[in-house]
Design a protein around this ligand. Structure first.
Ligand SMILES: [Zn+2]
Length: 359
């Protein structure tokens, strides 16, 4: 009789993270120190513990717009090459401490130009932080360059992603409030990326429904969906009947970058137990589990897995399935994905499962 994986065992399992925002994962102490060093005086709290609590509380408000407001503060302290390097390096360290072996971390270069950095300088500072932190702590971290969906720089950011694709950048993304900003506004960027054989994901189907998902896939050609939870609107409650879009997403194995705690905070799901991830997993969509914003949600990937184990009774086979789904869905090359699956993920999970069955 196997017992449930514990939080500590889950932390030790080799994991893969595809949807995590650099500006949503700072350590509270780093936010406070960088604000102090750069003369940023608008922080709501100055003491790290109180500041961490403020971020979580502000993010619990139930609205995506309010949630996005918390980023004003983190982005404000990430305006120099040194600050970006430090945040990226600490990000790699924190992900490694959580047992992550491969991660794609995203951020919007256009948001870090306030103090005069060029787009290239932003990308190079973050890449250097990921590289140094990754080497030091044993995790591979690649960047996804995000364009903000209410801005008009998506083509420029897409070109930047292509220019750096052999130097730490794995792909492209668009993010920001979905309502009123359909992904088709950025067709030029997506068509360019397709012509360049480049990879991209699109935040779609989080706050907004099926039309957003349909556009992201069928007009823009997204390789993956950021969140995609609203695909549930195309599936009958008992899971017996799928609409054409849901069938298409499942048939084509389009990865869903699901972020359970974040979705509960923004109101995209009522609770973890009521999160569509339960049904979508049962129906064998290409489900992956992610953190979105570790600071705002007070979470880690291990914590997300632990919450799912508690809500749905998942065991090692399910956690391994989510993890291999994520590795298969990454923007690494096929041979690199396969090597990580065969040499790191499968042996890592097998060791934990064996250990458990002999206890
Ligand atoms: Zn996101």
């Amino acid at each position: 009789m196997s017992r449930k994986p514990t939080r500590e065992e889950i932390r030790r399992a080799p994991k893969v993270l595809l949807h995590d925002h650099l500006d949503g994962g700072l350590r509270p102490a780093t936010v406070a120190e960088l604000a102090d060093a750069h003369g940023y005086t608008a922080l709501p709290e100055n003491e790290p513990e109180a500041l961490g609590r403020w971020f979580r509380d502000a993010s619990d408000s139930g609205s995506l717009e309010r949630y996005l407001e918390t980023f004003t503060h983190t982005v404000a302290v990430m305006q120099t090459a040194d600050a970006l390097y430090r945040v990226a390096r600490e990000c790699a360290e924190d992900l490694a401490a959580d047992g992550i072996v491969y991660a794609e971390v995203r951020y919007a270069p256009e948001q870090h130009l306030v103090e005069g950095l060029s787009l290239e300088a932003v990308v190079e500072a973050v890449n250097a932080g990921f590289l140094d932190g990754g080497r030091e702590h044993g995790v591979q971290v690649r960047s996804l360059l995000t364009a903000m969906r209410h801005q008009a720089r998506s083509r420029e950011i897409a070109e930047l992603a292509v220019r750096y694709r052999d130097h730490g950048v794995a792909g492209f993304d668009i993010a920001g409030a979905e309502a009123g900003n359909p992904p088709t506004r950025h067709l030029d960027a997506f068509e360019y990326l397709q012509r360049e054989n480049a990879h991209f994901t699109i935040h779609a189907g989080e706050a907004f429904g099926l039309p957003s998902i349909w556009q992201a896939i069928q007009w823009c050609g997204a390789d993956r969906l950021g969140h995609g939870v609203r695909i549930i609107d195309d599936i009958s409650e008992d899971g017996a009947k799928l609409g054409r879009l849901a069938e298409y997403v499942r048939d084509k194995r389009i990865p869903l970058e699901m972020c359970p705690t974040s979705n509960v905070q923004t109101g995209a799901a009522r609770s973890i137990a009521a999160h569509p991830i339960g049904l979508l997993t049962r129906l064998r969509f290409r489900v992956t589990v992610n953190t979105d914003n570790r600071l705002m949600s007070g979470t880690t990937l291990s914590e997300e897995f632990t919450r799912l184990v508690e809500a749905f009774g998942y065991g090692w086979a399910d956690l391994r399935w989510f993890t291999i789904n994520a590795m298969k869905s990454s923007f690494l090359h096929f041979d690199e994905r396969l090597a990580l699956i065969d040499d790191v993920l499968k042996p890592g999970f097998a060791a934990l499962e064996d250990r458990q069955s002999t206890v």
